[in-house]
Design a protein around this ligand. Structure first.
Ligand SMILES: *[C@@H]1O[C@H](CO)[C@@H](O)[C@H](O)[C@H]1NC(C)=O
Ligand SMILES: *[C@@H]1O[C@H](CO)[C@@H](O)[C@H](O)[C@H]1NC(C)=O
Ligand SMILES: *[C@@H]1O[C@H](CO)[C@@H](O)[C@H](O)[C@H]1NC(C)=O
Ligand SMILES: *[C@@H]1O[C@H](CO)[C@@H](O)[C@H](O)[C@H]1NC(C)=O
Ligand SMILES: *[C@@H]1O[C@H](CO)[C@@H](O)[C@H](O)[C@H]1NC(C)=O
Length: 370
């Protein structure tokens, strides 16, 4: 027993001298110690990168009424207020994580947001209008080089290893064939297509792992066919959800869960949090009142049936739009995105939910494991 303690002390001392990990610092310093936060993927996490790329308003939300509830100005977030990642940053005691393309921004001490609305894991997804996952990775490599420059090699390595890497990706890969005239699903079977999406995500994860990343967070996909913007694609005389898209999302979720188990067993130190976004969102669309909402199916902002026509703000293909008075009462903000209130509820679950909904770690555990 004593010898064990002693050798633990010695090895801790050596570790402290070599790496200065947080447990070597005293309490007050430890409190200042925060994990960096990196965000990848799509509009669920994009805090404004698409404001700075050559794209169309289909992939932008930098106009009223986006942002009306919280920021009071449009920021580029596809929401009336804050995104899931904004709440997570707050819970982790971090400031809002800036978009990597924000002009004039050069320090990314607390992390960076690489997400781009419309982006998928496949480069073909809304190609030319978004920052695809591969390109997001390139930006990450640049930030990594910068971290090394101002922290030094060793501190940068520890920072990257303690950082949390959150992904929301796939939705656009599966919506793209239904929203554009792409015939990709005539050429690939559903499982082949899902395999490509998961394969490309896996490549990205391996690259981050090689760069020192160890702690990864994921949301699975909702029943995509039940988004207001996809419900309207079903024939006029039918109701319900567009099952073909939902089916792809289901296949994806299974494949993602399997991929993460595989990575965990093959990559030393790989830790992850898999949030069952699908269950939590479905429950709110079916039983909105249980969660304090009045409306679980139709969007607050948009036009047509379920306000599913993607016209919120009147700057896209259709100019007409209606806006609800109380976004708080809605699960969906626009045709494809959630309200701030829904985001906050789901972020709470991602952060501290039980193992039934998020596991093997929740984000709080990932962040606290320094
Ligand atoms: C802990 O660190 C703080 C700030 O660096 C310092 O003021 C304080 O004296 C330290 N406390 C101990 C117990 O070492
Ligand atoms: C943006 O895209 C449009 C249309 O594709 C093109 O005409 C224009 O030159 C592009 N602008 C920049 C700055 O790349
Ligand atoms: C999709 O393709 C069909 C048949 O090729 C064509 O009639 C239709 O206009 C196209 N729609 C769009 C949005 O490109
Ligand atoms: C990545 O996606 C491309 C299509 O964009 C596909 O050809 C390729 O096979 C995918 N890679 C993996 C590893 O699945
Ligand atoms: C719904 O519309 C389709 C084609 O437009 C038609 O074949 C079908 O009979 C209709 N069903 C009902 C219940 O009206």
């Amino acid at each position: 027993m004593e010898r064990k303690c002693f050798s633990f002390l010695i090895s801790s001392l050596i570790l402290c001298l070599v790496f200065t990990p947080s447990f070597c610092l005293n309490d007050s310093k430890q409190k200042e110690k925060r994990a960096v936060f990196f965000l990848f993927g799509d509009s669920l996490l994009d805090a404004g990168n698409n404001n700075y790329i050559n794209t169309t308003t289909l992939d932008q939300a930098n106009f009223w009424p986006y942002g009306e509830t919280y920021f009071k100005v449009p920021t580029g977030r596809f929401c009336d207020g804050r995104l899931l990642s904004d709440f997570i940053a707050e819970y982790a005691n971090l400031p809002l994580i800036p978009p990597v393309l924000q002009p004039g921004k050069s320090n990314f001490y607390y992390g960076a947001n690489f997400a781009s609305a419309g982006a998928g894991a496949l480069v073909e997804t809304f190609q030319g209008a978004v920052i695809n996952l591969k390109t997001q990775l390139k930006y990450f490599m640049k930030i990594k080089a910068r971290l090394r420059h101002y922290l030094g090699y060793i501190k940068a390595e520890t920072t990257l290893a303690k950082g949390v890497y959150l992904f929301s990706i796939g939705t656009n890969d599966y919506m793209n064939p239904f929203l554009t005239n792409s015939s990709v699903l005539d050429h690939y079977s559903k499982s082949q297509y899902v395999g490509m999406v998961i394969g490309n995500l896996s490549t990205a994860l391996m690259e981050i792992y090689k760069s020192g990343g160890r702690k990864f967070g994921f949301l699975n996909l909702g029943d995509l066919g039940c988004l207001p913007g996809l419900r309207i694609l079903i024939p006029e005389n039918k109701s319900g959800c567009l099952e073909e898209v939902t089916m792809l999302a289901k296949l994806h979720n299974k494949a993602l869960a399997k991929l993460l188990l595989t990575l965990e067993s093959h990559l030393v130190g790989f830790k992850y949090s898999y949030y069952n976004f699908n269950d939590d969102l479905r429950d709110r669309t079916i039983r909105p009142s249980r969660y304090g909402f009045r409306e679980g199916k139709a969007a607050c902002c948009g036009t047509g049936k379920y306000r599913g026509v993607f016209s919120c703000g009147g700057r896209r293909l259709v100019q007409e739009f209606q806006l609800c008075e109380h976004p708080k009462q809605y699960v969906f903000w626009d045709s494809y995105h959630l309200t701030e209130t829904a985001n906050e509820q789901l972020a709470d679950q991602m952060w501290k939910g039980s193992r039934y909904i998020v596991g093997p770690y929740n984000l709080k555990q990932l962040f606290q494991d320094l």
